[in-house]
Design a protein around this ligand. Sequence first.
Ligand code: ZN
Length: 472
Amino acid sequence: MEERISKALEIATDTKVFEMGPGASAVAPEVFGNLFPGRKAVVIADVNTWPVLGEKVFKLFRSAGIPVSEYVIDKKEFHAEWKYVEMLDAILDGDTAKARTIENDPQHVEADAETAFRNPSEDYPVAVSVGSGVINDLCKLSSYHHGQSYISLPTAASVDGYSSFGASISYRNSKQTFSCPAPVAIIADIDVIAAAPKEMTAAGYADLAAKIPAGAEWMIADLMGTEPIVPEAWHVLQDVLDSQLSDPEGVAAGNPKAVADLFEGLTLSGIAMQAARSSRPASCCDHLFSHILDMTGYRFNGKLQSHGFQVAIGTLTMCAVFDEFLKMDLSSLDVDKCAEAWPSLEEEQQRALGIFKDFPAPLLGYTEITKKYDDAATVRHQLETIRDSWPSFRDRLRAQVYSFDKMKARLKAASAPCDPSDIGLSRQDLRNMFPKVQLMRFRFNLLDLAKRGGFYDTLVDSVFAPGGPLEI
Ligand SMILES: [Zn+2]
């Protein structure tokens, strides 16, 4: 395993040190001292992660003679909102009183993201992130605002964001990925991570499982010529993915070896994103269902659902779509007819405005379709390509993607959601999300191909039809 990670670090652009194992947090002061000699540290944790690991790390730093302070976010549940980025920015400025004021102000007005950048200075403390995905993303973006890196000590195998390029933050009603480098060092203490709440580990399993359909959609985008596969980013993750997903029962039981394998898979996913400088290796439609739920503030039983739990349903749904798609015979596609029926950009923009008119970000579909619209000649060429590569390309997709039944069984065994009702969604709710999913990201996806080939309605209908995988 270590060999695999050290090889992966060769293509990582930001992360230089990865330590994983039981008790690995003990090396944190030494790693910090090597990477940030003479600098002050500030341990960032919340009320959950301070007793679990933050306090221990703080004491280790103090014993090692490193000047260290702490900031414990006084909340049990909080989300990656811009307000907390401003809070972290104040902490790294050294102004914890201001940070506390921002944290506790329910009326806080978000500042302009453009104004967040500071001049680099050796006087800023370096963040030592002790927590799960949200704390890590806040530290990632704020450290970037200060022109410096940071160290991450994850407390759960819940997401792939620890090692990824970019931070996913809600800013002005819209979930956005802000570009910023991954941490220079990740120290994964498996004693802590394996003891995390079971639903967090299950969420991480689902976030990793999403790379199965996401990989298949990247293969389609590659064939269509819109986003070519970046070989090193593909292989670092996809070559081991199936094996890293092979022990869902062990993941559910909190077995340290299974959780370590899961954490390694999530880390490799982040490294793939560093290598590609994009989230293409790690997500496609599987994640867009989750983004819709995030952007509409969706709650089930009064609670926001975790990233991984939402992604579990998106992933399962895309496996259902692939099941139906792979039954089709595209070798007899009538390309002339499809190219003639292809709408103009203006028609597509109007369609997008209609679909998103009641959404919190009403222009989202319009903006994204404008970026990814192809003219009829390009569409003709794309359809000829897929027609002429069928069925060999279909066989390659079949080898990549899991069937709906297999994915459902895996998610279930990992104690992750395996039916939309597990996160409070009806199958009709899910179906209603499809038009938005197709349009809400500039990336080419399977539904874009279905629109081009004139089989979008047939495909989506078959998923929810009597006898279909998500029969309504
Ligand atoms: Zn994810």
